[in-house]
Design a protein around this ligand. Structure first.
Ligand SMILES: Cc1cc2nc3c(=O)[nH]c(=O)nc-3n(C[C@H](O)[C@H](O)[C@H](O)COP(=O)(O)OP(=O)(O)OC[C@H]3O[C@@H](n4cnc5c(N)ncnc54)[C@H](O)[C@@H]3O)c2cc1C
Length: 386
């Protein structure tokens, strides 16, 4: 491992910050350039599965992360009337796989925890990368403020709209999943909310998710089938969501009534059709820049955190970073492809609108033997970081 070289991370989101910690712990020189000022996490909250907690543990920061969030006991899928279609005992899964799963955390709390591991000068804020020039010797990055920086190696963690990916991989624009999403975190939780479970309730072409957080807060999300960038959806306020979800079981309406319009975060759900390459000589793509996924399996951030643990190990076991980047690509392509494709399919199933298809889907989910779910969990949790 070459400790005299300069590694630049573009983007200070979950992948950029986790990677910065992992590389610092391997003794590498690293600087993160982040466009935001101040650094604000995008979105509301996250549910992290056991593979993410395993990756945090591989880096050595799991206990502090876990203490900033909430471990939930059950994971339930319901129909719109509240009838249970599938129920997973998360504590049982934890015992079986030896790792915490179904862990919920506010994005701001995760960011704060990650930042607490980094010296202040590692993350440079207000630095928007607008272009780069790559040569055999290194990479020159140009920022919006007119300045430039030189790096020996660059890890692009700049999200689904990555400027690095756009230049390195042509014809790969994010694809729209067909549904749009509202999210919010509230701190006045209606008393009827069950505080030990995450749940998702499926109605016709729409669903509603409920995730209790630490410190008496609640995260919810609502997805509705819609045209891309639909101005009507963009203008939706709480009364519109209340009428869209009026037929859903309690406490969906109560949760919406406890949310203000100002707390709503809206966005279309997009992902990236799986790429064939992440490594481009002295630049490598990571996190959403490499494999943005729909949120249906709750795996986007989990994969980004796994990436950080794997890339740090590749760099510490390879003297030559370009080889390490190739090694990272080999280790990550198939797994991330499988998750992105699985999550895309799950979204199509969850957002079904036709009543007959919904009935068939609900019957199939209810009849799914526990072994099928278990196989999927085994795939997610049996992650290797080498
Ligand atoms: C509705 C929704 C719910 C989700 N729920 C979950 C969940 O429960 N569990 C889960 O695991 N995942 C979830 N995800 C996915 C998760 O949010 C992403 O996978 C994760 O945030 C990816 O992290 P990242 O750091 O790669 O990218 P990002 O979070 O997009 O971070 C990129 C960073 O780069 C910065 N940046 C961008 N461009 C530039 C530039 N040109 N120059 C400098 N900086 C730049 C940005 O400001 C940002 O800080 C969800 C996603 C959505 C949309």
């Amino acid at each position: 491992m070459n400790k005299t070289k300069r590694f630049v991370i573009a983007g200070g989101g979950i992948s950029g910050l986790t990677l910065a910690i992992a590389l610092q712990r391997k003794g590498l020189q690293v600087t993160v350039y982040e466009q935001a000022t101040p650094l604000k996490p995008l979105g509301a909250a996250l549910v992290l599965a056991g593979n993410a907690i395993k990756a945090f543990s591989e880096i050595g920061i799991d206990s502090k992360v876990v203490s900033a969030g909430k471990v939930l006991k059950k994971l339930t899928i319901k129909d719109q009337s509240g009838k249970i279609l599938s129920e997973t005992d998360a504590e049982d899964v934890s015992r079986k796989y030896g790792v915490i799963n179904n862990f919920a955390i506010h994005r701001a709390d995760l960011h704060e925890t990650l930042l607490s591991y980094l010296p202040a000068d590692v993350v440079q804020l207000g630095k928007t990368c607008v272009d780069f020039k790559q040569s055999a010797e290194g990479v020159t990055i140009r920022f919006q403020d007119g300045t430039t920086t030189e790096a020996d190696y660059v890890i692009a963690c700049d999200g689904v709209h990555s400027i690095f990916r756009k230049k390195l991989v042509s014809n790969r624009e994010p694809r729209y999943a067909g549904y749009t999403c509202w999210r919010a975190v509230i701190d006045n939780i209606p008393p009827s909310v069950q505080l030990d479970e995450t749940s998702e309730s499926w109605g016709p072409g729409k669903r509603f998710g409920i995730v209790p957080l630490a410190n008496n807060r609640l995260y919810w999300f609502a997805c509705i089938n819609a045209r891309r960038n639909d101005p009507e959806m963009k203008a939706y306020k709480i009364p519109d969501l209340l009428s869209s979800f009026y037929s859903f079981h309690a406490p969906v309406s109560e949760i919406l009534q406890h949310t203000s319009n100002e707390q709503l975060i809206w966005g279309d759900i997009i992902d990236l059709k799986p790429l064939d390459r992440f490594a481009f000589h002295n630049i490598v793509l990571m996190g959403d820049a490499a494999h943005a996924t729909t949120p249906n399996m709750g795996q986007g951030a989990c994969m980004a955190i796994e990436d950080a643990a794997v890339l740090a190990n590749c760099l510490s076991s390879n003297e030559e970073p370009i080889k390490a980047f190739q090694n990272f690509e080999t280790l990550r392509l198939a797994r991330t492809r499988k998750i992105v494709s699985g999550s895309w399919r799950l979204g199509k199933i969850a957002q079904v609108e036709d009543p007959i298809l919904m009935w068939l889907r609900n019957a199939a989910v209810r009849a799914t033997p526990p072994g099928v779910m278990e196989k999927q969990m085994k795939f997610l949790y049996d992650v290797s970081f080498q």
